[in-house]
Design a binder for this molecule. Structure first.
Ligand code: FAD
Length: 310
């Protein structure tokens, strides 16, 4: 059995594994896809101390750093169930789709999240070539350009306000007849001169020239007419889905499916910690996931030295 098993091989999981291994304890990290969301990212310009890098490069650096230590890395394994220890200090079990079962005194859950997609033609093709999901990450790439934000909830309206300070023009597209964001955000949004809001609109296609995004087609839901907006960027803000289906019924989740953690990364189960995009910690960023992974790992180590027999 492991002293610490990390489930998830993104920035949070890699960081947790390194902090655990440096304590000299038996550490494992198991992931469906080592690297996580970073693998799907092109330019990364906000991982502090690295001025500019690319996702696959950073993912391979994360893996190399973990491999530098005595860590069991198990890739291409999907966790399907967590069976908590029957008593504090006992062994927790993680069951995998392959049928394998791993046991560990402490667990770090770091299975991350994924952006909800629009599922329209062109979206996948132009992902990272104009279709973006993270205004904090990609906003500056569209300086002086025209962008749309899809989604009129809090994150969509926050994104539109944020982008309005960087880009030339923002068009916010909302499916319903009104925005769902908090009133204070809506007031701010409507006060901005370079923002247009279109409600009752269904995005139906991302247009491009083969290299990058050139426009967006939406359907006016009241008239059923299609309209095309010419623009350079589309920020999709229709939700972030935590990868916690496999945890339902074992650990406390919010109604949005995020793992509830305290300020040490402790979940509702003793000996089970969580870190990164999968948790309630706000602002889903690499630098934050790395910090949270380190913190959860140190907290799990603290738990270990207090609860296990010598
Ligand atoms: P993830 O990176 O999501 O990793 C989760 C890990 O868990 C993966 O290894 C996955 O395979 C594994 N996993 C999931 N489910 C299971 C399961 N059931 N069993 C086993 N393993 C499982 N952030 C920035 O700071 N800067 C940027 O420029 C930036 N750009 C981005 C661009 C894009 C296109 C995307 C999608 C995200 C971007 N982000 C950026 C956000 C950043 O990638 C995330 O905040 C960060 O990767 C979160 O790390 P994590 O370790 O919590 O989760």
């Amino acid at each position: 059995a492991f002293d610490m098993l990390v489930v998830g091989g993104g920035p949070a999981g890699a960081s947790a594994a390194i902090y655990a291994a440096r304590k000299g304890i038996r550490t494992g990290v198991v992931a469906e896809r080592f690297g996580g969301q970073v693998l799907d990212t092109l330019g990364i310009e906000n991982f502090i101390s690295v001025t500019e890098t690319e996702g696959p490069k950073l993912a391979s650096a994360l893996e190399q750093h973990v491999r530098h230590y005595d860590v069991d890395i198990m890739n291409l394994q999907r966790a399907v169930k967590l069976v908590p220890a029957s008593q504090d200090g006992g062994l927790n079990e993680v069951h995998f789709a392959s049928g394998a079962v791993l046991k560990s005194k402490t667990l770090i859950l770091a299975t991350g999240a994924r952006w909800r997609e629009m599922n329209v033609p062109g979206e996948a093709e132009y992902r990272t070539r104009g279709v973006a999901y993270c205004p904090h990450c990609d906003g500056p790439l569209f300086k002086g350009k025209r962008v749309a934000v899809i989604g009129g909830g809090n994150s969509g309206v926050e994104a539109a306000i944020d982008l309005a300070g960087i880009v030339a023009e923002v068009t916010l597209i909302e499916y319903n007849s009104s925005l769902r964001a908090d009133a204070v955000l809506q007031r701010k949004l409507y006060s901005l001169p370079n923002v247009t809001v279109i409600t009752n609109a269904l995005t139906s296609e991302v247009k491009g020239d083969g290299k990058k995004v050139t426009g967006l087609v939406y359907k006016d839901r009241s008239s059923s007419d299609f309209h095309t907006l010419e623009l350079e960027g589309i920020f999709v803000q229709i939700g972030l889905i935590p990868n916690t289906d496999w945890l339902k019924g074992s650990v406390e989740l919010t109604d949005r499916g995020e793992i509830v953690v305290d300020d040490r990364g402790q979940t509702s189960l003793p000996g089970v910690f969580a870190a990164g995009d999968v948790t309630t910690v706000p602002y889903k960023q690499i630098v934050i996931a790395v910090g949270e992974g380190a913190k959860a790992s140190l907290a799990a180590f603290d738990h270990l030295i207090r609860s296990s027999a010598p």
